[in-house]
Design a protein around this ligand. Sequence first.
Ligand code: HEM
Length: 479
Amino acid sequence: MIIVRISRRKNPPGPPGLPFVGNLFQFDKANPHIYLWRLSQKYGPLVYLKHGSTPILVVSSTKMARQILKTYDLSFCTRPSVVGQQKLAYDGIDMAFSPYNHHWIQMRKICVLHLLSPKQVSSFRSVREDEVRRVIDKITISRSCNLSDIAMSLASNLICRVAFGRRYDDDEYDKLRFDRLIMEAQALMVSFYFSDHFPVFGNWVDKVSGLLDRLQKNCKELDVFYQQIIDEHLNPSRPKPDRQDIIDLMFELLKHQSSSSSSLHITMDHIKALLMNLFVAGTDTVAAAVVLTMTALMLNPTIMNKAQTEIKQLIGNKGTVDEDDIKKLPYLKAVVLESLRLYPPAPLIFRTQISNQHCTIDGYKIEPGTSVFINGWAMARDPETWKDPDEFRPERFTNSSWDGGVFEMIPFGGGRRGCPGMGMGLISTELALANLLYSFDWALPSDGDNDGVDTEALPGLTMHKKNPLVLVATPTGCI
Ligand code: HEM
């Protein structure tokens, strides 16, 4: 039950800030989720910060997250409008960074009904099985492997084949170009733009610092990259593909839009903005989920053993785990959920209160336009919700029917803006892990260089390990 307190205090508690800049320079950009979790331990589940002129509400408990994502979902279903993300999203005509408006509703409908529907996700089953098989073959040859790199190229290949029907690492030049462009775009999305926090000064500081030029250059290069893929699809001599990819599906919608009742007029820029969303939202997250789960299993060998035993008992000497098998592996599924709880790949969820909406949370009136950071990392460590929250214990989920719709944990967010790629993300992660565990026994390299397995993260929207996960794989003899 939510306690409604009539409070005289205007804002929730929080650390004192400096005049003009507020708490901006106290913010730990390297590990924001951990910094904000510590603040929540001191000030409680609602913390108030100010970054320049932007008020920020930090949410760190299930109870408060439910208020934002369910009770007041409509009030908080827009995204903060920040320079880097808006520019890379063709001025917000994408889905992930678009403000909540009629355009977003139409884009979301297209995505949920046509591009990422359960039927569409299962139509890409053979792509996932093929890509995972290639990974297993590669590891069988190399044995000692950087799982962080392997998971990233697996996830990139999956998204590239789903989005535009081509593997991204078939051509070394294309692979390097794609990696460089996407990495630069991700860095620019989370860079500090002075104009985001001090809009009254215009954008001259970002111009002088060279950040806007860098952003402009990245947007232009990405645009050329997207256009090239689109042109390949428009080429009349292109061989007929086995299955439609996302660009084919978007072209189909584009062809029929004049006869449909939808008032969204799809243009090439919409297609490009959506491609950016799929690359950014669907690649890193899946790669991070695979690596963080393997990290958790290396730290908990008994659990790894139990998961391997379950898989081997079901699969025997069949040689590979396919997607039908995954449904019969409840312990593996529980391992993935526990990993998503304790190490959410996207630990912070960013929302903004719509400017004409007013609401009161836990007795505090929230100003319209307040940015909200929901901290999934902190929620996973809340002892009011989880018994022994710091322990990696998949048994919490062995009898669970968790489907993303409850707010104890929110690895895929929730409400109107919850992740539309959850189905694809989960099955890709489960399939990759099942095959890694079935095919190999895993150990740390014994070259004296290794300091064990850690869970330190790099800065960014997605939680990537700071130190890559390098392991030695010994074939189990099942393949
Ligand atoms: C394990 C994998 C994944 C995780 C952990 C994850 C997590 C998330 C989270 C936390 C959000 C924000 C939700 C919110 O604000 O409530 C999100 C949004 C989104 N995700 Fe995912 N995601 C994953 C996989 C994918 C995949 C595979 C795709 C597409 C191919 C995808 C596409 C998107 C898009 C387009 C949005 C923006 C939705 C909107 O703003 O309306 N995600 N995801």
